[in-house]
Design a protein around this ligand. Structure first.
Ligand SMILES: Nc1ncnc2c1ncn2[C@@H]1O[C@H](COP(=O)(O)OP(=O)(O)OP(=O)(O)O)[C@@H](O)[C@H]1O
Ligand SMILES: O=P(O)(O)OC[C@H]1O[C@H](OP(=O)(O)OP(=O)(O)O)[C@H](O)[C@@H]1O
Ligand SMILES: [Mg+2]
Length: 289
């Protein structure tokens, strides 16, 4: 590798463990990048694609990117906001979804106004203190590293604030959420605030966007009579415009368009009712729009 090429490697932070790690690596693999085969590897250089991956704690990733040590990172929106790092979200990645809630002993609290004067335990002190300040609520906040649910039982806190996905951890601890959702989170791509986008970032972004499109769209093909083609293509307008090709059979055309995966079965039913036949759905494995 030339010295010039080495300088141009895009440095990307990837969660090394926890709820985001596997999905992040899978998405990068689907985008055509090499990923580590051993979870003990700390970094990996993909020379062919001119990128270098650093496997870091998801909580630390926003700091590295905010400081400019690394160019790009994948982390959770909640972790980014909690860190106070100077990094911006550039793309939502659609995995690692969670909701951030206050919770207490089931049935004890109903309203977030009741937080006044309470002791709150959380791993997300930044998010909680910012929210309390915005609402003008005074409460004491204690930082715990994890297993915050147990802190109430142990008498360290009255209330917790934590990530809830299925809610099973809360239920097992006899706790329940109360009040509105404080923050909806998912994995996000982040870059340094106020800095020019790093060299090579456009290609990286386009690849990830391609995976998101390939995951959420399918390719639909069908044959239909010419007199119904306007009605049918209204149902399948595609991204730019559907491809309509002549068929050997007189009075019929073939139509091809990308359609959202969600609702695609119902769409097939509607097309069938319009007289479409030979309706096919195919997965898209990669895409650049
Ligand atoms: N069920 C879940 N549990 C925890 N975090 C989740 C869950 N689902 C999604 N997430 C997201 O994953 C990120 C937290 O990741 P992770 O679990 O690795 O952090 P952590 O709890 O601080 O680390 P660890 O549990 O390894 O000490 C957050 O963005 C969070 O919203
Ligand atoms: O709603 P659920 O599906 O039960 O998921 C939420 C739980 O998962 C996370 O804990 P994690 O497993 O990361 O352990 P930790 O508390 O030690 O971080 C989070 O802190 C909650 O405790
Ligand atoms: Mg955790």
């Amino acid at each position: 590798m030339s010295e010039f090429a080495q300088e141009r490697l895009l440095r990307i932070a990837v969660p090394n463990k926890g709820a985001l790690s596997t999905s992040a690596s899978e998405m990068l693999k689907e985008s055509g990048y090499r990923q580590r085969s051993d979870s003990k590897e700390l970094a990996l250089t993909d020379v062919e694609n001119e990128v270098e991956f650093f496997y870091l704690r998801p909580r630390d990733i926003a700091l590295y990117v905010g400081e400019g040590t690394l160019d790009v990172g994948i982390t959770g929106r909640d972790l980014l906001q909690d860190s106070g790092a100077h990094a911006d979200e550039v793309l939502s990645l659609g995995f690692g979804r969670s909701k951030f809630h206050f919770a207490g002993p089931a049935g004890k609290y109903a309203d977030l106004g009741e937080l006044e004067g309470k002791r709150i335990a959380t791993s997300y002190v930044g998010v909680v203190e910012k929210w309390l300040a915005e609402k003008g609520i005074n409460a004491s906040v204690t930082r715990l590293d994890g297993a915050v649910e147990t802190s109430i039982q142990l008498g360290v806190a009255d209330v917790i604030a934590d990530v809830v996905e299925t809610g099973s951890t809360l239920r097992a601890a006899g706790l329940a959420t109360f009040g509105e959702v404080i923050l909806e989170s998912e994995a996000v791509l982040i870059t340094r605030q106020g800095a020019p986008l790093p060299v090579g970032f456009d290609v990286f972004l386009r690849r990830l966007e391609g995976v998101l499109v390939a995951r959420s769209y399918v390719m639909m093909d069908y044959d239909i009579r010419v007199d119904q083609v306007d009605a049918a293509t209204k149902l399948t307008p595609g991204i730019e415009s559907p491809t309509v090709s002549p068929l050997h059979r007189e009075g019929w055309v073939a139509v091809r368009a990308m359609v959202p995966r969600k609702g695609s079965q119902r769409l097939m039913d509607e097309l069938y009712s319009l007289g479409a036949r030979g309706i096919l759905l195919t997965d898209i494995s990669a895409c650049r729009l």
